[in-house]
Design a binder for this molecule. Structure first.
Ligand code: EPU
Length: 416
């Protein structure tokens, strides 16, 4: 297994291009199942989760090639199943459920188990499908979904769910009649999926608001689209400029998707300048401790909680970080403490008392964003940090060590 080595203490300087968003590319790939033929996706990041989704589509009979663009031919789908081996490595595999049952009237998808950040059930996906006329049964760890034909329904989510909204929106595009999704997720990734579906001939209005209306169509046709920039990758590098006291310009990003984070970073003493699709982050004064509560979009993203906490470990006071989305997303706390952070957990909140310095140590990555927070802390720490289990990072950050090395970080990968 590989580990990531970092010799910290260098103020990062330079430019980093932002990749396409993993969490937009995954549902776009799943959406291709809704229309037989050749689809093209541009700006798809090269990541382990993307390869897992490719393998899943391949298992079903799609031909998915990732060259300069990604092409997906869904002309010969023969297996309507997402097997346990793939779902267990990537929960987003559940995104094929809605498209499959809507187009092929049948699907078998392994039930995802718990994961490092919480229980993460899919009950809301299933309840919504049932409202649309799908029979759901659970057999041998699999969700079996069958339907004669899906019909439109008025569905109110008990809780805001990103992939749940995407799954039901995709399913509704081929249903009879109109579906209304209330308390829908408003994330930019949901908007990106709606745009792609509309290019395929779907009729979706309201994506980006809490109410999405989908008028079902008899069929969709293949289309092409570019993947939106990864706001979490961008946010992670903004935090890298802040924690190292450097100056980074991020290109090819969508600053308008980062409002809540930019607001908090500025309050924390990180200067952020926006110019078109670029952002420059720099810091030369102290890091000011800030309280943060994660929230569904447009609130502060849970996917930036761990990275922001890394920044707060060097703050000038006390910061209370509350996690509202996932019940167990604090696995990074113990690892950050190994680097010298002063953090106390109190239920769903972490109380972070800023310290003057972090010092390098061996630490372990536990999930994707937790790993990113350890990289940030390692970049700011004096001495050497060794991060093991970095396959988590490879799920969601394209060539992270190359991008960071190019702006001056001493960071490299080695065999454990
Ligand atoms: N929930 C339920 N029942 C459901 C669905 C969700 O109780 O049927 C709960 C979850 O347990 C959680 C909350 O609702 O407490 C929100 O979960 P959500 O469904 O929104 O999460 P997700 O769709 O599984 C996506 C991202 C995550 C990101 C969350 C929240 C993808 C592929 N994944 O997950 O990304 O943290 O939304 O914004 O889009 C990551 O990239 O590191 C990552 C974990």
């Amino acid at each position: 297994m590989d580990r990531l080595m970092i010799e910290g203490g260098i103020a990062l300087q330079g430019e980093i291009p932002v990749s396409g968003a993993k969490n937009a590319a995954l549902p776009l790939m799943a959406a291709s199942l809704l229309a037989a033929g050749g689809h093209t996706l541009h700006n798809v990041p090269r990541l382990r989760d993307i390869r897992t989704m490719q393998a899943l589509l391949g298992h079903m009979g799609a031909v998915c090639e990732h060259g300069e663009a990604m092409t997906i031919d869904t002309g010969n789908i023969h297996t309507l199943e997402a097997p346990y081996e793939l779902v267990k490595t990537m929960r987003a595999s559940v995104l094929v459920l809605g498209p499959l049952v809507s187009r092929y009237r049948s699907a078998r998808v392994s039930l995802p188990g718990g994961c490092a950040i919480g229980a993460r059930p899919i009950n809301l996906h299933l309840k919504g499908l049932e409202q649309m006329g799908v029979d759901i049964s659970l057999e041998q760890g699999y969700v079996s979904a069958r339907a004669r034909k899906l019909h439109g329904a008025a569905i109110t989510f008990d809780q805001v769910t990103v992939t749940g909204t995407e799954n039901l929106m995709m399913a509704a595009t081929l249903a009879d009649g109109v579906t209304i999704l209330r308390n829908a997720a408003r994330e930019p990734e949901v908007v990106a999926v709606a745009e792609y579906l509309n290019r395929m001939g779907a009729r979706i209005e309201g994506a980006g608001s809490a109410e999405i209306v989908i008028e079902g169509r008899p069929e969709l046709t293949p289309a092409s689209i570019g993947v939106i920039p990864d706001r979490i990758e961008a946010g992670t590098y903004l935090a890298a400029a802040g924690i190292t006291g450097g100056r980074l310009t991020l290109t090819r990003c969508a600053p308008e998707h980062l409002d809540a984070l930019i607001h908090k970073l500025r309050a924390a003493g990180v200067r952020i300048d926006v110019h078109g699709d670029s952002l420059t982050a720099s810091r030369d004064g102290a890091i000011h401790s800030q309280d943060v509560k994660t929230w569904p979009y447009p609130g502060f993203p849970t996917d930036m909680q761990a990275q922001f906490m890394a920044l707060m470990t060097l703050g000038d006071g006390v910061s209370i970080i509350s996690e509202q989305i996932f019940e167990n997303r604090f696995m990074h706390v113990l690892e950050l403490k190994r680097l010298g952070a002063d953090i106390e957990l109190d239920g769903r909140s972490a109380v972070v008392r800023g310290t003057d310095k972090l010092s390098g140590a061996p630490v372990m990555a536990t999930d994707l964003r937790a790993s990113a927070s350890l990289v940030l802390a390692g970049l700011a720490a004096t001495g050497k940090t060794a991060i093991s289990r970095i396959y988590h990072l490879d799920r969601g950050y394209e060539t992270i060590e190359k991008k960071l090395a190019a702006v001056g970080a001493r960071i490299w990968r080695e065999k454990e």
